[in-house]
Design a protein around this ligand. Sequence first.
Ligand code: NAG
Ligand code: NAG
Ligand code: NAG
Ligand code: NAG
Ligand code: NAG
Ligand code: NAG
Ligand code: NAG
Length: 682
Amino acid sequence: MESSFIIPCLLLLLLQFLCLAAGQVNYFPIFRCRDDGNFTRNSTYETNLKTAFASLSATAATGYGFYNTSAGVSPNAVTAIALCRGDVGSETCRDCIRNSIVLLRQNCANQLEALIWSSNCSVRYSNRTYTSVVDVRPNARVSSSINASDIDVFDKALRNLEGRLRVEAAGGNSLRKFATGDVGFGPDSSKIYALMQCSPDLSSFDCNSCLSVVYRESQGCCDGEIDVGVFYPSCSVRYSNASFYNDPPAIKLPSPPPSSPESPAIPGGTGNSRKSIYVIVPVACVLGGILVIIGLCLFIKRRRKNNIKDAAKKESGTAFSSLVMNENQNNSANLAQAGSAEMEMGAVGSLQFDLFTIEAATNSFFDGNKIGQGGFGPVYKGVLANGMEVAVKRLSKSSGQGSQEFINEVILMAKLQHRNLVRLLGFCLDADEKLLIYEYVSNKSLDYFLFNPNRHGQLDWPKRYKIIGGITRGMLYLHEDSRLRIIHRDLKVSNILLDFDMNPKISDFGLARIVGVDQIEVNTNRIVGTYGYMSPEYAMHGHFSVKSDVFAFGIVVLEIITGKKCSRFYNEDDHQDLSHFAWKSWIEGRAMELVDPTIVETCSEDEVMRCINIALLCVQEDVDARPSMAYVLNILNNYSIDLPTPTRTPHYLPKRHDSYSSNSKSVSKSTDESLITNVYAR
Ligand SMILES: *[C@@H]1O[C@H](CO)[C@@H](O)[C@H](O)[C@H]1NC(C)=O
Ligand SMILES: *[C@@H]1O[C@H](CO)[C@@H](O)[C@H](O)[C@H]1NC(C)=O
Ligand SMILES: *[C@@H]1O[C@H](CO)[C@@H](O)[C@H](O)[C@H]1NC(C)=O
Ligand SMILES: *[C@@H]1O[C@H](CO)[C@@H](O)[C@H](O)[C@H]1NC(C)=O
Ligand SMILES: *[C@@H]1O[C@H](CO)[C@@H](O)[C@H](O)[C@H]1NC(C)=O
Ligand SMILES: *[C@@H]1O[C@H](CO)[C@@H](O)[C@H](O)[C@H]1NC(C)=O
Ligand SMILES: *[C@@H]1O[C@H](CO)[C@@H](O)[C@H](O)[C@H]1NC(C)=O
């Protein structure tokens, strides 16, 4: 009986091998099925979906590879879009679309919304209407995990190629936005081949920004790897050291490009007997793959019979992936508010990770995975079993919080969701481990760019201005818009992370509550904060309020504008710290001298002066005179409002070294940049 299984299994293995050997690395097909909304069998929605698909299959033989169709009326309307790779011929395109539709129906059987990337095309459908704006979710990325031998040379060549292709692709017309090209690198005349494509309905501007985001993401995930693909619904980037596209494209565009996009697909089907052949091969591959995996799983399972915990672990992984998917699908920043008691009970389950999962994700807290050291413990990068990247904060064992309070606070913080806040995904509580799991933000923190002479050029003024706006909105959300009123208490440039698009995300908010410092503080007057960012009333008397955050915000803005670290800034001549120096320059009409020389060229004097003015208002000594974050946002957005003149900034921290230790009985400080916990006695 066993042998009757083995022979087909071996055959399938062989087939699988052949399937893989036929192309290069075969990443396709890739599916994204939205699993929080299903339609029922034989429903109107299904009928409409079939109609839409039939219309895609039928018309894909004409045109230039982009097809947009819809069927039915709301609430059962279905929109389906197919986009073929710009270099393939119409036969290949049509076959790819037909196969993809079959695969999509098999893999995402009754999902309301789904997407497939095949090697020659992508197909997606949804109950919402797709519009011609950059759509970034769901997305996928694939890579070979093989590094180029000389990463620097490779990267440099790739960057040049990327710039050229992006411009070319974005410059395409409404029929096709596509570019391919290659470039040699290294001594042995190896080549990089790259392909960039946008959905042709995007504007050139949107195409350009989509491609730069996607390219940057490919660098973020797979720096130096020789075979990488990043796929968004609206655009994609792929490069490899092996040639993988047709040059020139199989279909030429008409020479005078028509100004209007082609008309939507017309329904009406034709039979096709070739279809079955094209379906059988990939299906056999997929089946073969599944069988191999099942075989492996059985084998492994036998070996680890005793480990029942595994199942539970896998489960929590899945629950989590669907949680993230839901959130990803919903682009609105703020799902957070509607929390009922039942949701909170349910929330614990979906927020809880077990230690095994996290250890597997971080290589058991391997040192090489460490990406930072915060005030309350080290931070590790991890990759969950489903491929998702996370940042894991391992709280130091001394944190005083009991388990229940810890969980309660995590649930509250996980509800705070905003574009400009790093998302808290969950926690892990196991014996003496307390871990916080955050979304991973690809581009490190603001100080990594701002204070490094080789990198600060990457932050021109428009980017810095955008970052200031983002921080403002994030802080406003913490202070006023969320249901909780969160005082950050440790806002600083190293707590501002940047995503691949250089959008700021504030991290470590609510941490004082999670580790229970807020409670402890009442009893022992411990002060949490960082030198240079602490408002005088907080540093001297332990009084904290939203206005102490506003103070820290002002310092951050000054650092962004001047490119100078507040903790390092110390003017020996007249014993001034950064904020005081800025204030004096302002009063004396020399404020433009503050501006980081690398951005002087790109900056708008109006914007810079306004930001300096705002920063100085925020760091005023008088607590009540400092603006609220809401007011800051208002004056950032509205240039017709006249700004008050800032009054004197505090002068309480003349030097780092003597700081305010005369006021404290014991000061336990680590480095000047890291968060300090200070026992202060009045
Ligand atoms: C939708 O169906 C998929 C499987 O077909 C299932 O995994 C998922 O839980 C379903 N979702 C809902 C909300 O019913
Ligand atoms: C859907 O309809 C077909 C025929 O119209 C029928 O054979 C099938 O059983 C139906 N399925 C369900 C789930 O109702
Ligand atoms: C994709 O198109 C190329 C021709 O451009 C073809 O050789 C290849 O087989 C196609 N891939 C699949 C999976 O059909
Ligand atoms: C699509 O379906 C989801 C899930 O049922 C629903 O929440 C959403 O409102 C629908 N969208 C449209 C545009 O009908
Ligand atoms: C698809 O076509 C419809 C109707 O012509 C249009 O409103 C919609 O914007 C189109 N969507 C895309 C992504 O082109
Ligand atoms: C590839 O290079 C990265 C650093 O850029 C390194 O972390 C990774 O381990 C390398 N991978 C392999 C397979 O050598
Ligand atoms: C691509 O690079 C890998 C690793 O450097 C090498 O093994 C492979 O032969 C290269 N492929 C081509 C087509 O150059």
